[in-house]
Design a protein around this ligand. Sequence first.
Ligand code: NAP
Length: 293
Amino acid sequence: MRVAFMGLGIMGRAMALNLVKAGHEVSVWNRSAGKEVEGARSATSPADAARGTEVVWLCVSDTAAVEQVLFGPDGAEQSLAEGMVIADSSTISPAATRKFAERVAPKGVQYVDSPMTGSKVGAEAGTLLFIVGGDEQAIEKLKPLYAAMGKKIFRMGDTGKGQSAKLAMNLQIAMIYEGFAEGLTLAAKLGVEPSTLIPLINASMIKSGVVEYKAPFVLERDFTANFPLRLMRKDIRLALEAAKEARVKLPGLETVEEVYDVAVDEGYADLDFAATLMLLEKWAGVKVKGQAA
Ligand code: NAP
């Protein structure tokens, strides 16, 4: 298929490369110059990337970035034509997603929100899970592209529902990790090493994919970004915004948001969200010892 891919960050670059490897004809665009994908055409603007394609795929930071790429100067909107499909893998506001879809609908363009989970490792390996909202026929058209980048798609309902479900997922990732980090910090302060505690966690009902994925990084004290803390904070805020609109109270997440706010003030924005542990350590006056520590 002919695909325009916008946003070559941690996730997008690996995803676009997997589309090329699967034999699709890909044009790519990134806001800052210098990011390219071997085998893809580098476009000069979103409008240039989207011209003549069947699918416009986005993977950019946030709601404002999606709006800019689609509807800003030289935005993809200028090249939209009847029958095209927009797929957005950024994690953004469900309400804004519905507005964007309504704006392109009169052109005969369908909009499928396609946020994903699986982190950098999943993007590189082509094993992402896509959490999808949109028309079933449009999703059918996208299936070869999902197959090139991921291992499974879950349809949550109409356009916007993929983003709604994604926010509910990241709420849990943030809170499960917070529980893990607080547990490690308390245990360390009370004299129990993480290398002793983690096997117990993994043998018990606390075992989780989040702990399995993050524990090795924590033990290595490797806080380089797989999923940057600033983006998890964005998702926490999106979840709290959606909750407010729907009159849902999320007291745990409200507290976790404060942890992320302070972590950003501490200069951890571009580290992995796992770096929130360092803040807990600072407050507790203790360090969770890694393998090398
Ligand atoms: P990233 O590495 O920070 O990349 C962000 C991309 O968005 C970059 O290409 C950036 O361009 C572009 N961008 C930012 N603001 C823009 C604007 N105003 N106009 C145009 N482009 C703009 O982030 P990522 O980790 O790839 O994440 C991308 C999306 O996927 C986010 O919504 C994130 O929440 C979601 N996500 C991430 C993960 C993960 O584990 N990393 C997992 C699931 C979902 P520049 O290069 O110019 O900065």
